[in-house]
Write a protein that binds this ligand. Structure first.
Ligand code: T3D
Length: 256
């Protein structure tokens, strides 16, 4: 069985991490399969991506059995296996929704945090995990979690290894929505369809703006906004949006 499965529904590509017996912990094969899925996600026909897990877990980071059996050079493994996929995910010019259906731990938490949006099933949980085995956050965990939660809260949490419930994650702003487990898949599909029907170029450029804002000066950010706004006005979706507004009809965005 494939370690990562992809399915299409219109403009939505769903990527399902598929090692349910170990809550979708990463082994080498799953890294390779995720890389292929993220490549598929670059298809312009794909206008929104959902990342989720098979079974009762989202992703619990590194497979510790593989780690025990072949420890090797962790730094090199991170550079070879984790970093390219985190960078590929961030580079997607479309929204990526993490549908956190169960435990997200370690590099699985980092992966969810690298996505543009997160929703959680009410039985999901969020576990730093790294410090629980004496490691430090990796795969962007220190980058994304600090940006999402703020330095103080992120540091306290990531060094405490406290398991966060979905409700707590929502209260902290780590996820935007919590959904009953029975209704979760349907809600994720509904939200993804809404994202896929949105002006894709506008969303992609909004991602670039928010990414840049973390390190820009105000002057630099204003200039980038001006450049990307000019680019946005050249999209078909901008013409469609204005036309739909002026003729009082719903817009039909095509993502171009
Ligand atoms: O090598 C490198 O590249 C370094 C990279 C490191 C990046 C990292 O991600 S380090 C962090 C690694 N992850 C963890 O330490 C998390 C370990 N897991 C847990 O703490 C717990 O599983 C959870 C709190 C996340 C969930 O607990 P619970 O009670 O819901 O499930 P469970 O019973 O612990 O797990 C279910 C099964 O999955 C179980 O197997 P079994 O007993 O049914 O045969 C468990 O052993 C397995 N499992 C869970 N996490 C991992 C795992 N197997 C391998 N690796 C795991 N990370």
């Amino acid at each position: 069985m494939a370690e990562v499965e992809t399915t299409r529904d219109g403009g939505v590509l769903t990527i399902t991490l598929n090692r349910p017996d170990v809550l979708n912990a990463f082994d080498s094969a799953m890294h390779r399969a995720l890389a292929a899925a993220l490549k598929e996600a670059r298809d312009p026909e794909v206008r929104a991506v959902v990342l989720t897990g098979a079974g009762r877990g989202f992703c619990v980071g590194q497979d510790l059995t593989e780690f025990r059996d072949a420890p090797g050079d962790i730094g090199e493994r991170l550079r070879r296996n984790y970093h390219p996929n985190i960078l590929a995910l961030r580079a997607l010019e479309k929204p990526v929704l993490a549908a956190v259906n169960g435990p997200a731990a370690g590099a699985g938490l980092s992966l969810a945090s690298a996505c543009d949006l997160r929703i959680a099933a009410d039985n999901a949980s969020f576990v730093p995990a790294f410090i629980g085995i004496g490691l430090v956050p990796d795969s962007g965990g220190s980058f994304f979690v600090a940006r999402l939660l703020g330095h103080a809260r992120a540091f306290e949490w990531m060094t405490s290894n406290r398991k966060l419930t979905a409700a707590e994650a929502h209260a902290w702003g780590l996820v935007s929505e919590v959904v009953e487990a029975d209704a979760f898949a349907a809600r994720a599909a509904e939200l993804a369809a809404t994202l896929a029907a949105a002006p894709t170029r506008g969303i992609a450029m909004t991602k670039r703006l928010f990414d840049a804002a973390a390190t820009s000066t105000l002057e630099e950010q204003l200039e980038l906004e001006a450049q990307l706004q000019a680019a946005a006005t050249r999209t078909d979706d901008f013409a469609e949006g204005v036309s739909a507004f002026l003729t009082k009809r719903p817009p039909e965005f095509r993502g171009s």
